[in-house]
Write a protein that binds this ligand. Structure first.
Ligand code: B12
Ligand code: SF4
Length: 504
């Protein structure tokens, strides 16, 4: 079969696109099965004419999109063109939108099949059935439309990840990739050696996906042999010696202690590049942090998610006390590893006071950096259901929050959309002021109160003036400057070194 695999990848800004393990893995499996496959990393929106000329002239039998929810509207737009060009081309959608919202995706008149699970073996199975002109309605992990009816087959995770071929990382163009080329950023190669997560955070895809795999719950969390991953890293560095850092995208680096120890031993033995990884605060212990440091970990990313312990537990289903968080952050600081925290603003039932508390907690924990995003209820997650039950819809108005970057905060009675935008926009200013409030309580607290007053008054009295592009740009610049100053200071404090983790 002649397959065209397309990955639309311009979620908020024209970044140049990012590496994605999922498509690299699908590509490798399809190629290994002997099919002809062409990859199109769509990092900019092409015109309809360019799309038809450049890609459909290759006469693909199958056009397959890997799409997350925000990108699905573009996938639909191009799949419509595909069907108009030649209705006999078989169209497929996979990726995060397929997994999370299969029932919606299959309704599209331009989509013949949706991969609602892991696609390596099942997509290959579908292709061989199509090639042999055999019936394919029972292919696992897929949903189809047959005579106006939706058929949704059973989902099955791949129990042994070692059975899958290595992802084909060379389908990406590292000369133009965001992680390798843009604006003085460090060149970062990303890897994953696990799939799945045992926890049930209410906003996360894993809580949602686990519900699909009740019959396979025991094997939902799986690993690729660390020896194999380290070999992949070695191969990558050989091909791309300019690589400066390695990043692990696994949700938790140390879920399985034995795998973790094997990984650390292999990494230490074969790779000399520094790396960053994610860890869940309640799993962070001294052995983990010490081993990470010894192996070259220079940054740990942790989900703070919200600054109020009760809110974290009740709304986000992350029952982690402040003491647990503090212990995790302190351990990282003891071993001189800065922590980047992830958090969200504009969550269901949040108030202005609670939103600001997230910045305060992040400051008290001594976070090196805060990646604060505006909450968006992704389809079929537990928190989306909460929003639906309470009739909290996303804003019908797009709020410009940065160059080519917009947000759609929730409309809800406890916090205004504009307050959400402002609290989030000023995240690093809050951080800085809360640190100052500890050092110089009088000045710090006074400034914090001033900013709170600013948010309150501006979001009420001058709503439209405030949301103009120029004011947003001004706030962005101010936030960026303070963020750089803050990060520089904290980096020096925790690592006893000058300089900054450029672009990380
Ligand atoms: C690493 C990661 C990133 C990386 C890499 C890009 C990417 N798309 O993954 C970066 C940081 C760049 C990123 C960016 C974004 N991400 Co992200 N990311 C992840 C993360 C943590 C892991 C993804 C991964 O590689 N998994 C491992 C692979 C092997 O599994 P997989 O992705 O599911 O792929 C399998 C199947 O989906 C299927 N499949 C995939 N493509 C195809 C194609 C075909 C044809 C077929 C048949 C099958 C198929 O087979 C694959 C192999 O088994 C997931 C959470 C998670 N645990 O999945 C979030 C996740 C995918 N991201 C999410 C979001 C929202 C985003 C952003 C929109 C954020 C933003 N606002 O900028 C962007 C979108 C980028 C884009 N164009 O897709 C959401 C998506 C929710 C949704 N409903 O769409 C997720 C689920 C996290 C969450 N909120 O719960 N992300
Ligand atoms: S710990 Fe992370 S990956 Fe696991 S369910 Fe929670 S948010 Fe998702």
């Amino acid at each position: 079969m002649n397959v065209l695999l397309i990955y639309p990848d311009f979620p908020e800004e024209e970044l140049g696109g990012c590496f994605y393990t999922g498509v690299a893995s699908i590509y490798a499996s399809v190629k290994k099965a002997g099919h002809k496959i062409q990859f199109y990393h769509m990092t900019k929106l092409p015109s309809d004419k360019a799309f038809e000329q450049d890609y459909l002239s290759e006469r693909p039998d199958v056009v397959a999109f890997s799409s997350c929810t925000p990108m699905f509207k573009y996938a639909q737009r191009f799949l419509k063109l595909v069907k108009e060009h030649n209705p006999s081309i078989f169209t497929v959608v996979g990726g995060a939108h397929g997994r999370m919202a299969c029932d919606d995706a299959i309704q599209s008149p331009y989509v013949d099949a949706v991969c609602a699970g892991e696609g390596e073996f099942s997509f290959v199975e579908l292709l061989s059935r199509l090639q042999a002109k055999e019936t394919y309605w029972d292919v696992k992990n897929f949903a189809f439309k047959k005579d106006g009816q939706i058929i949704k087959n059973q989902l099955e995770v791949i129990e042994t990840l070692n059975d899958i071929p290595d992802p084909d990382r060379e389908i990406f163009n590292y000369k133009t990739l965001y992680e390798y080329s843009k604006g003085g950023r460090a060149k970062v190669a990303t890897f994953m050696f696990s799939r799945g997560c045992p926890f049930n955070c209410a906003y996360c895809c894993n809580e949602r996906m686990k519900r699909d795999y009740k019959h396979q719950k025991k094997v939902y969390v799986r690993y690729v042999d660390p020896v194999r991953i380290v070999q992949q890293i070695k191969n990558h560095i050989k091909k791309h010696p300019e690589t400066e850092y390695v990043r692990f995208d696994d949700s938790n680096i140390n879920l399985d202690k034995n795998i973790f120890r094997r990984f650390i031993a292999e990494y230490k033995k074969h790779i000399s590049l520094p790396f960053s990884c994610h860890a869940r605060p309640n799993l962070v212990d001294e052995e983990t942090v010490r081993s990470l440091k010894e192996a070259g970990c220079f940054l740990i990313m942790m989900g703070l998610e919200h600054g109020d312990a009760k809110f974290r537990a009740d709304v986000l289903r992350r029952p982690m006390s402040d003491v647990i968080l503090k212990r995790a952050y302190d351990l990282c600081h003891k071993y001189e590893i800065p922590v980047r925290s992830f958090a969200m603003t504009g969550l269901p039932f949040e108030t202005l006071r609670l939103a600001v508390k997230t910045m305060k907690t992040a400051a008290l924990l001594g976070t090196y950096d805060l990646s604060n995003s505006i909450f968006y209820p992704y389809p079929y997650t537990e928190l989306k259901a909460t929003c639906d039950t309470n009739d909290f819809k996303v804003s019908s108005k797009r709020f410009e929050v940065g160059p080519l970057n917009f947000a759609l905060p929730l409309k809800q009675p406890t916090i205004k959309e504009k307050e959400v935008i402002l609290v989030s926009k000023l995240a690093h200013i809050w951080l800085f002021l809360f640190v100052l409030a500890r050092k110089v309580p009088l000045i710090g607290r006074a400034l914090c109160s001033l900013i709170a007053l600013f948010v309150f008054v501006f979001s009420k009295v001058y709503p439209e003036v405030l949301m103009t592009k120029s004011i947003m740009n001004m706030l962005n610049k101010l936030d960026l400057r303070i963020n750089l100053f803050y990060k520089n200071t904290l980096y020096r404090k925790y690592t006893k070194k000058n300089g900054l983790l450029l672009g990380i």
